[in-house]
Design a protein around this ligand. Structure first.
Ligand SMILES: CC(=O)[C@@H](O)[C@H](O)COP(=O)(O)O
Ligand SMILES: NCC(=O)COP(=O)(O)O
Length: 241
């Protein structure tokens, strides 16, 4: 069984567009859990363009499933995570001006730094995960940091899947199968995320052994819009009769 953690960044993006509290991020997160999701993920960025640091504090009070906070462990982020104490922290090496996450950690180059950060979080009872590319060397490096889990960065798989034919899908997923096997053999738990969607998730799940959790945001919110649009347009038409 693989847990679904819903990333609510995009709900915050929509809320922030008008300056008010619509949609209400806290209510949406609670509803997502009530609908059956097994976790809530947020990825506060330093400019707070979507999730605000206060959202993390407010969500902590209501999330009853797994609460996962992702981000680059700069001091401000570390302080927030240590204050909020989510179930899991996922370390992502993104730069301040990145549009979205675009690379996994070089776990060999940054081993000492990661070791120190991970040890701090673990001493505070927070499970740790490191965002890595599907590369067995990076998985081996991750194991040496003491992290509990890795999160496989799935953008390259999602692109390969989009290209459509079976051969490209297979080539796209092979590094992930190898990385997952390596992670499991080293005692690491396996999460995955980035650009996973209703189209590509089944093939990924069927092929990746020991997959504990996926975090999905962008596609899930877009799909929710499309799948709800017909219903809502008709609700308006009914009111305008
Ligand atoms: C680590 C990861 O892949 C996601 O957290 C993704 O980066 C979401 O962040 P944005 O919503 O800011 O794109
Ligand atoms: N860790 C990945 C995540 O939380 C969501 O990524 P995406 O589905 O928004 O690409």
């Amino acid at each position: 069984m693989t847990k679904l953690s819903v990333n609510v960044n995009k709900i915050a993006t929509l809320r922030n567009a008008r300056g008010g509290n619509v949609p209400d991020l806290i209510k949406v997160a609670m509803d997502i859990e009530a609908f059956g999701a097994e976790g809530i993920t947020i990825h506060p960025r330093p400019d707070e363009r979507h999730i605000r640091y206060q959202d993390a504090r407010d969500l902590k009070k209501v999330v009853t499933t797994e609460f996962n906070i992702e981000g680059n462990p700069v001091q401000k982020f570390m302080d927030l995570v240590l204050e909020v104490k989510p179930t899991q922290v996922t370390l992502v090496p993104d730069s301040v001006d990145a549009i979205t996450s675009n690379a996994g950690w070089d776990t060999i180059k940054h081993k000492d730094f990661l070791k120190e950060v991970i040890s701090t979080f673990k001493q505070n009872g927070i499970r740790t995960s490191i965002f890595v590319d599907a590369n067995t060397k990076m998985v081996e490096g991750a194991a040496e940091t003491g992290t509990d889990r890795i999160e496989l960065y799935t953008e390259s798989y999602a692109h390969a899947y989009l290209e459509g034919d079976a051969e490209r899908c297979r080539a796209g997923i092979l590094p992930f199968i190898e990385a997952a096997k390596m992670a499991h053999s080293l005692g690491l738990g396996i999460n995955a995320g980035h650009d996973l969607s209703l189209d590509n998730i089944k093939y990924f799940k069927e092929n990746i052994p020991h997959l504990l959790e996926v975090s999905i945001g962008h596609a899930l919110i877009c799909e929710s819009l499309y799948l709800g649009l017909e219903n809502v347009v008709n609700m308006y038409l009914n009111k305008l009769k």
